[in-house]
Structures are given as structure tokens and as C-alpha cells.
Ligand binder design. Structure first.
Ligand code: ADP
Length: 300
């Protein structure tokens, strides 16, 4: 059983020939909206991979909020931990992709930043009844820290996906983090070590252990995922596929991996292999949530 504390966004995707300049107005050639937000993406990935999944977060009392809740409900995700806030609007991301594949993203966090430790405490039974609690950096750090404290006190394992990268990582949060899953850029932001290969990944992992985190997984895009836990480290190679859109690759990896992981981490390598397989399917399809695979598709 997996509980995600995280963000819910309505993503508005625009395809343009080239990026708009300040003061300019241009036409987009394609438009679609979809469910997004790292938290929601990870919950969808966990649910589709077969985990019983619960979400803790917030939306606004508006049409995008209703739309996003409906999407999550259709995935079979337990929504009892989601608050509808009267004075905030639902989070939105405006994503523009040009013909070069370059993207520009503006996020309005809205309700995602509208809750804190008190709201988490009120939902503590959802946390203590889980095997894993997963959080990212698109919701307030004090709320995440509270969720992880409640989890650890109950023997529930905590997984921090430190994305998007933050300059200053909270030492209080790391103290209650069992597993951390940065990508190479985020690993560098936190440790100052540039991750380019297995040797530098090992250095960054050692630094993260020093910061108090027992289980380290650094995802390295098309190279795969490096783990370092309990004296064992290894780069588990990615699957060789033709990537068309890597949006939600990391989110799929974390959701799928945690859906099969044992709380004592004894099957860590197999879980990473499963996460690699799942995310290799995501990168072959367009969009965030629409590209996340179902359990029956993730054949090893
Ligand atoms: P993020 O999306 O957070 O930046 P990564 O790019 O590191 O995360 O990707 C997460 C995982 O997705 C990788 O560990 C790998 O298993 C898979 N993946 C990413 N890009 C590719 C690719 N081009 N081909 C195959 N697998 C990929």
C-alpha cells in the first residue's frame, strides 16, 4: 500500500513552431489538457502498476479541481486525503514545447501550497496504514516533514523524490527520509557532485548517506538507475527503446518501483528493474499521465 503526499495540476500543453518572445503573441498549432503534477503522476503510476494507492493533497473548489479528482478516481486511487480548499485555485501547469523539442513551463501552485502540518496530522491514519509514503518538492516542506515523521514513528518507509531541484535541502526532512530518488541534476544540486557515470553516482550516493538517507537511487535517464544500499551498489541499465517524450519518466519509475518494493528493501534490484521497464514504456508515448503504463503491459 502506497500513500503519495503531493501535487495535483491541470496541465495545459501547447505545441508551437518556436517559443513566444516577451511582448509577442503567437498561435499554437496543437493544444491538449491532461492530468499532471508530480504527486498525481506518481500516484497514477503506482495505481496502474497494481498498488493500492492513497493520495494526500489539495485542489481548489473549481472546475479543474473536479476534473482532476475525477481522473484520479478513475484510477482507483483513494481520495479521502484530498482537501478541496475554498480560497485557492487548483494547481495548473502551462507547458509549451517547440519544434526543437525544447520546453518552457510555468506553474501556478495554488492549492498545492495551501496546506501544512496540521492538515497532514488530520490525515495521519492514511499514512500509518501504508507500506510507503512518497513525497516530492511541489508541496510545502513542513507538510512533507510532518508526513514523514508520522510515517517513521509507525514504521512506514518514506521515499523522497527531490524534484524539482531545490538549492537548499532541509536537514530535518532528510533525517526522516529512508529512501531518496533524485535524477542526475537533482543529485548534483543536493550534493554538489556532477553525476555522469557509475563512479560519480557512487560519490553522490555516499554524500547522501552522510546526510542520513539509507537507500539511494539516482536515475540517470537512458543509462538507467543507480542504487546504493546496505553496502551494495550497482547501475541497473535502462531498457533500449526509442524515446519520443520523456515527460513523467521519473514519476513512472518511482510509482512503479514502489508498487512492487518490499518494505525491508530486500528486493530493491528487482523493483528497480520493474521501474526501469515501466518508465521505458512511458518515454515511448506522449504526455504525462496518458503515457504511464498498466501492470499488464509491464512484462519483464
Ligand atoms: P526524470 O524524468 O526525473 O528526469 P530520468 O530521466 O532519470 O528521470 O528517467 C527515469 C527513468 O526512466 C530512468 O532511470 C530510466 O529507467 C527511464 N528512462 C528515461 N529515459 C529513458 C530512455 N531514453 N530510454 C529508456 N529508458 C529511459
Amino acid at each position: 500500500k502506497v500513500t503519495v503526499v503531493g501535487s495535483i495540476n491541470l496541465d495545459t500543453n501547447l505545441r508551437v513552431k518556436r517559443m513566444v518572445k516577451p511582448g509577442e503573441t503567437i498561435h499554437a498549432k496543437e493544444h491538449y489538457s491532461a492530468g499532471g503534477g508530480k504527486g498525481a503522476n506518481q500516484a497514477v503510476a503506482a495505481a496502474r502498476a497494481g498498488a493500492q494507492t492513497t493520495f494526500i493533497g489539495a485542489v481548489g473548489n473549481d472546475a479543474p479541481g473536479k476534473q482532476m479528482l475525477e481522473l484520479l478516481e478513475n484510477e482507483g486511487i483513494d481520495l479521502t486525503g484530498i482537501a478541496t480548499l475554498a480560497n485557492e485555485s487548483t494547481g495548473q501547469a502551462f507547458i509549451t514545447v517547440d519544434d526543437e523539442g525544447e520546453n518552457a513551463i510555468t506553474i501556478y501552485a495554488g492549492a498545492n501550497f495551501g496546506f501544512g502540518p496540521a492538515e497532514i496530522e488530520a490525515k495521519s491514519d492514511l499514512i500509518t496504514g501504508s507500506d510507503f509514503v512518497i513525497a516530492q518538492f511541489e508541496t510545502p516542506i513542513p507538510a512533507t516533514t510532518k508526513a514523514f515523521e508520522i510515517a517513521q514513528a509507525a514504521g512506514v518507509k518514506t521515499i523522497l523524490n527531490p524534484a524539482p531541484g531545490e538549492d537548499q535541502i532541509s536537514a530535518d526532512l532528510l533525517k526522516v527520509t529512508d529512501m531518496i530518488t533524485p535524477n542526475e541534476t537533482e543529485a548534483e544540486t543536493i550534493t554538489g557532485i556532477r553525476v555522469v557515470d557509475e563512479a560519480s553516482a557512487k560519490q553522490a550516493a555516499d554524500r547522501l548517506h552522510e546526510m542520513g538517507v539509507a537507500v539511494v537511487i539516482i536515475t540517470i535517464g537512458a543509462k538507467g538507475a543507480f542504487y546504493d544500499y546496505d553496502g551494495t551498489s550497482e547501475l541497473v541499465p535502462a531498457f533500449k527503446v526509442k524515446a519520443v517524450d520523456t515527460t513523467a519518466a521519473g514519476d513512472t519509475f518511482i510509482g512503479a518501483m514502489s508498487s512492487v518494493l518490499k518494505p525491508d528493501f530486500t528486493n530493491l534490484k528487482d523493483a528497480i528493474l520493474f521501474g526501469n521497464k515501466a518508465s521505458s514504456m512511458t518515454v515511448q508515448r506522449y504526455g504525462a499521465q496518458p503515457s504511464i503504463p498498466y501492470k499488464k503491459e509491464i512484462q519483464l
